[in-house]
Design a binder for this molecule. Sequence first.
Ligand code: BYC
Length: 312
Amino acid sequence: MMMDAIIIENAFQEKIDRDLCIEPKDQMPEKYRLHLIRQMSQHAHSEVIGMQPEGNWITRAPSLRSKQILLAKIQDEGGHGLYLYSATETLGISREEMIEQLHSGKAKYANIFNYPSLNWADIGAIGWLVDGAAIVNQVSLQRTSYGPYARAMVRICKEESFHQRQGYEIMANMMKGSTEQKEMAQDAMNRWWWPALMMFGPHDSDSPNSGNAFIWKIKRQSNDVLRQRFIDKTVQQAELIGLTVPDKDLKWNEEKQCYDHGAIDWEEFNRVINGNGPCNKQRMDHHIKYHNEGAWVREAAAAYQKQINEFN
Ligand code: BYC
């Protein structure tokens, strides 16, 4: 038995080392399966919980055009959740179990969605900074070792780049507007910048899951490398429309050809991911309420499917 496990593990690692994808029916070490269930289900939950701060502004979008675009974007996020839940189910966990883990607090979701969306500029900041950060991370995940996850990322990245532009357009338009509009855009930037940097996770030296993630090529680039990539491209976009990055220590490093940045408040990060951010309770209460109220839809869909199967 012991020997069998070693043979399976060696064959698996050899595949990984040759840059081949692992597929659902391939043999894989239990730890790899559980690592993926953790990361992919948390990714799925983030997409779905992320609909809440944006949904807050659908009825108050300032024009029909902006309302249509926001609706389409939020619908995409629901779709991303679906691809990711389905991809995670291929690892032998049910959707119900994943939702249970979310509701019990066992499964996390991205820190960023525990902050409130106070005004329309926040919708700009979410699209530009939050989706912008997500793209940098997800482009890297297109080459992750688990086939269904990598393929889901390809489609998600295409849609995210539209989302990032939706947000940047809102910010750019507000920066061409009245003094009040400019102040609103800057205030949103000030509130969302640091939580967006935290989306990439703790520094590499404090990232317990990175070791195995690199051995198994689940991660291709580290938390800090991706965070730096996001900073370098976003600072220039901010400058272009006249926004100031709220970091007094931000400085171009000529030697390294990248921006040095100030210290991230990891106490705040830990507080938020452990359930004590400004909106954690609200987000979870909302999800539980509508999940329960939607039970009849799931039951009806299952009954319909059963009838179709009996008919055929
Ligand atoms: N938030 O060892 P580490 C979107 C946790 S949604 C919360 O570095 P790992 C959008 C981490 O889980 C896009 N928790 O972990 C949707 C771990 O705790 P556990 C969401 C975080 O996994 C709607 C602990 O800290 N994208 O774009 O190697 C509208 C130690 O961390 C966070 C994804 O989910 C965080 N930010 O690396 C708009 C990307 N960071 O699990 C937009 C997929 C860390 O051991 N995920 N933690 O209890 C990943 O790429 C990786 O999981 C991470 C973290 C880079 C996030």
